[in-house]
Ligand binder design. Sequence first.
Ligand SMILES: [Zn+2]
Length: 274
Amino acid sequence: MPKHAWRYDHLTWPEMNAAIARAPQPVVLAPIGAVEDHGPHMSLSTDNDILEGILAECGRRSDGDLLLPVIPFGLDEHHMDFPGTIAIDIQTTLAYLSQTVISVARHGFTHILIVNGHGSNAAICELAARECVLKTGVICGATTVNAAVNPALVADVLDAERKGGWGSVGHACEYETAMMLHLHPERVEMDKAYRDVGQLKLKYFNWDYPEPSAIAWQDWWSRFSKEGICGDAAAATREFGERVFELTVERFLEMVREFRTIPIRPRVDHHQVS
Ligand SMILES: [Zn+2]
């Protein structure tokens, strides 16, 4: 791999000093993904592939932000019935991730964004960001870039242009399969892709994008999914993937630019001094 100006770990330490001194300072992006089943039609690397694909393109187009290597494993015990999944427990994932971003903060970076690519890491990412803020005082936030988990950046396009209808976007689904058809078509076997929506739709629990659910609940995957699909993988097209990818990159960069403007305001101690 050539040396990339946007890869945090490709800099030398004197170059790192220069990056810390730059104004405005770069945002440091800290990605975390997963290695887990993605149906009979896609590789275990799918979450990491989508995450790396989006962030590498953002790195190429960004004006100086820095990207850490992807932490490749996350919270995945609930997928362990599918061969090959790597499961890291909640406490270890939280500790590893928070220590990663706290290390970045200790060098003097003030704006750090955890970028998640796998649904079940989301709550941990938020806690890791909190821990970094509370321990260092920097601005540390968390986002999930995989739109099957967090459609915030591209909800309008998913709403208007997905073909599979209710339940089509979930996991190894219309969205993820389309993104892989765009990024790594050699690792998608569309003849094995099909629709399987085994999740429940209740009045107060709904797993499907985009409807909100009153209850957060994640069951063991083998209890509701036959082969690791939840969604309509067969509805995916490369064109849809390319369109969502482009829009994600564009809006992600805009989001990072906005994130960089968040000021660090002074804390005020309101205790009475006797
Ligand atoms: Zn996935």
